[in-house]
Design a protein around this ligand. Sequence first.
Ligand SMILES: Nc1ncnc2c1ncn2[C@@H]1O[C@H](COP(=O)(O)OP(=O)(O)O)[C@@H](O)[C@H]1O
Ligand SMILES: [Mg+2]
Length: 282
Amino acid sequence: MIEVNNLTFSYPKNSTPTVKGINFNIGKGEIFGFLGPSGSGKSTTQKILYKLLPNYQGNISIKGQDLKSWSKEFYQFIGVSFELPNHYLKLSAVENLRFFSSFYQNPIDSFEELLEKVGLKEDANKRVANFSKGMKMRLNFIRSFMHDPDILFLDEPTAGLDPVNARIIKDIILDLKSKGKTIFITTHSMYDADELCDRVALIINGNIKAIDQPETLKLKHGKNIVEVQVEGQNEVLSYELNHIGQNQDFLNLLANNNIRTIHSKEASLEDVFIKITGESLV
Ligand SMILES: Nc1ncnc2c1ncn2[C@@H]1O[C@H](COP(=O)(O)OP(=O)(O)O)[C@@H](O)[C@H]1O
Ligand SMILES: [Mg+2]
């Protein structure tokens, strides 16, 4: 669905490029993530992909067609959720949705179901000026998928949300994936990247340092051991995971002791990020 080759971008007044020759592809039905700290170039890359920043170098093809040759029709099949919600504060939630949906070919008759999905049904006719940040973000999120686009660009969709609201958004993202949508998200949360992404790109200072499935990255960069603590002992024992079922010491330990804790030691995505980039995610 999306192919990016050798993409480089500089903001006019900056001396160094913000995006430095990056390459990635996103397949149909995939959730692909950019995981990186603030300022690494995530939003800039997305803005290039939805044609907000036209002066880039490199090649971008979306649905098999060069991005530069797509007409306005492009916006019919993509959906965008900006990092910061931008609503008309004097209008109600429904009025905002009605206004933004008027740009699309097929009118949307009822917003009730959409508002209910994100827990805003009761607030449909309230002015957005009186909404909390979480409410504004959920309303913003509806705008990314209300016109049933094939490709979604979601910039930090859960940033700053409390766990309940973040859960609502993540469940909708997973539901959109189950409907075959192609989803490109940015995040600096290793938990979101881990839970949502089929593949994740680790991005820092405008460079992609690795692209892989979260599971593969964690296994590749973690330790292949289990650590066990038995009741009454402070010592942490460790055993090679390979052929652990034939390791008589390990089996005896399980048979003859009460186990307090037992953990395999795959890395977290944050560990992987630090190992590969030398920097942390915050
Ligand atoms: N409009 C702009 N003009 C100049 N520099 C910008 C602009 N927008 C972003 N930048 C710079 O580009 C870099 C990457 O920003 P951004 O893509 O927003 O990162 P991220 O989304 O990963 O936090 C930052 O150093 C930021 O200061
Ligand atoms: Mg950003």
